[in-house]
Design a protein around this ligand. Structure first.
Ligand code: NAD
Length: 425
């Protein structure tokens, strides 16, 4: 791997040449990489060792009526059934008057971890007594936040183990996700803890368990609008409630229940340039907040209504990170017509709940495979080599068969091509 030395310092063309010279990629592969690149300056400025722009399809989801306002929601996802399911879930809720949301506050938390401290009580008292001056030190480290109406709000001391404690700093990060801003503020406070309190700071970093940045979305759907084929609305509602209970008592089901929710949450997070890994980790930590991993949403029935509720941390931003850099993000913000990060949080929470409703609805009625495989057939056909003018014919064959796999797709393509050759001869 000698050719890879100082790879990060190379020009893009040189990186491609190295990959080819090392026998890893062919000339055609390099051509393919070159065709993906919209701006090498942008790619190089965002990450190290940039070689291509990896693209994932983007679509829009409809019917999101949220607090009386309708949204068109851009979603970036590689999974075929996500956007159709999202629009379906949202359309059911729309018929019932739409989603309602609540957001109490938007604070990000950061931690200064202290090891081998002398006395928890003494340090705790010291932090309490010096609260105001510590907050001032934090704010001085990122003063522009104060000008925008944000800043450090509180600081607390929390025991972790006999020799470990966490000093937690809560910051109003306004329109940003705030990771970098908070890290800067934490380091300034950590220096003070070292110098004035004479304690051993192990590290300072924001926490992705964003418990002070929670979003709630709710909906209430008359059972009468839920009926489908052989199922009455009452039966659909009852089965959704049971499915929701399973996710509360069984982590095996809860993980899949939450994966369905995150299908929607991540797709909007990606479309809006947000750090979906941060959102994922926070959501899963929150799902296990009482010691057992549970579903993030719950469904109940009262007054002949199916009532859904989701609560999860959504530390998203409308500025900062890659948001101001990626051209598509600006366009997606315009599609969404969001005014600020709080509004984006509301939309994402509703997408999570809408996505969850669609998944549960399908699971407890026809099962998800019918819809999934209808969409999956397209992916299978393209992967098997179907050309655009063959696609519809291949799909028609695949829709008639129970075995929707790449062998069926390949067989259908061969058959179509054989019959075309036959017609020509
Ligand atoms: P950032 O570093 O870009 O800071 C936000 C910038 O936006 C600041 O310069 C701020 O002055 C400016 N700004 C303009 N208008 C603003 C407004 N109205 N409100 C607030 N700020 C405003 O980004 P960030 O939000 O501090 O951090 C997010 C980035 O950090 C993401 O790329 C994320 O992936 C990354 N990150 C995440 C983690 C983690 O999650 N554990 C750790 C480190 C970094």
């Amino acid at each position: 791997m000698k050719g890879f030395e100082k790879f990060y310092r190379r020009k893009l063309q040189e990186r491609w040449d190295i990959l080819q010279d090392e026998g890893i990629l062919t000339k055609d592969d390099i051509k393919c990489l070159r065709n993906t690149v919209s701006s090498s300056e942008l790619g190089n400025s965002m990450i190290e060792n940039f070689i291509a722009d990896y693209s994932i399809p983007e679509g829009v989801s409809f019917h999101y009526l949220i607090d009386g306002q309708e949204y068109l929601v851009p979603m970036v996802t590689e999974e075929p059934s996500v956007i159709a399911a999202s629009s379906h879930g949202a359309s059911i809720v729309k018929k019932a008057g739409g989603f309602k949301t609540k957001i109490k506050q938007r604070l990000m938390l950061g931690q200064i971890i202290v090891e081998n401290f002398k006395s928890f009580e003494k340090l705790n008292e010291g932090i309490e007594n010096e609260q105001q001056s510590l907050l001032r030190i934090a704010n001085k480290a990122h003063y522009s936040l104060i000008k925008r109406g944000g800043g450090a709000r509180w600081i607390r001391c929390r025991p972790l183990a006999d020799d470990l404690l966490s000093i937690d700093l809560a910051v109003d990060v306004r329109e940003a996700m705030g990771a970098n801003m908070l890290n800067t503020m934490l380091e300034a406070v950590a220096d003070h803890i070292r110098a004035v309190f004479d304690e051993n700071v192990l590290m300072s970093i924001l926490s992705n368990y964003a418990t002070e940045c929670l979003a709630i979305a709710e909906c209430s759907i008359p059972l009468s609008v839920l009926g489908k084929e052989s199922f009455t609305g009452e039966e659909i509602g009852r089965r959704i409630v049971q499915a929701s209970r399973v996710a509360q008592v069984d982590p095996y089901r809860a993980a899949t229940h939450n994966k369905g929710i995150m299908n929607g949450v991540d797709a909007v997070a990606l479309a809006t340039g947000n750090d979906w890994r941060a959102i994922e980790s926070g959501a899963h930590a929150f799902a296990a907040r009482d010691g057992q991993y549970r579903g993030l949403s719950q469904w109940t029935i009262s007054d002949e209504q199916l009532k859904g509720r989701i609560e999860l941390p959504l530390p998203v931003g409308s500025v900062g990170g890659s948001i101001g850099i990626l051209p598509l993000v600006k366009i997606n913000q315009r599609i969404l017509k969001i005014k600020n990060a709080e509004e984006l949080e509301k939309v994402i929470a509703c997408v999570g709940l809408g996505q969850n409703l669609a998944a549960l609805y399908a699971l407890i009625s026809e099962g998800i495979q019918k819809g999934h495989m209808r969409l999956q057939s397209k992916t299978l056909a393209i992967a098997a080599g179907a050309k655009p003018d063959e696609l519809q014919q291949v799909l028609a064959v695949m829709n008639k068969t129970k075995e929707k796999n790449s062998a069926t797709a390949k067989a259908a393509i061969d058959k179509i091509r054989r019959s075309k050759r036959h017609d020509r001869n």
